[in-house]
Design a protein around this ligand. Sequence first.
Ligand code: FES
Length: 132
Amino acid sequence: MTEGNDGWTAVGTSEGWPAADGLLAVTSPLGPVLVWGTPDEPKGAIIAACPHKTAPLVAAEVRDSAVTCRRHGVRYDLATGEPVDLGRLSYPPPGLMMLEMQTRDGRIEVRRPVSPPPAPPLSTTSGDSCDR
Ligand code: FES
């Protein structure tokens, strides 16, 4: 499992994936990763650690396109990464760490999302001013 020049890392194949909607746990240089969907239709990938207190999500339950952390019961939408049920928490934790995913030649590949370029600095020489 090595990272290519384009940032994609092969993390395995769909072999061993549950036929129904489920999670496939794979190891990667990014750490444990969960790929979800079906072998014919992989849908996404996440870092397999709960963003609340980093509990492992490898053995987490997936139902209705959401994964539930066993430690405090927070349920996360796998499509958006956002918490949809706070479980035993009284405040919303951060969202899941989402990865980009693709399949190429039967391999599952993931990479960290490419950040958008920073916004250009605001111009101070335009002549418009709010100081007057
Ligand atoms: S560690 Fe996952 S909800 Fe708290």
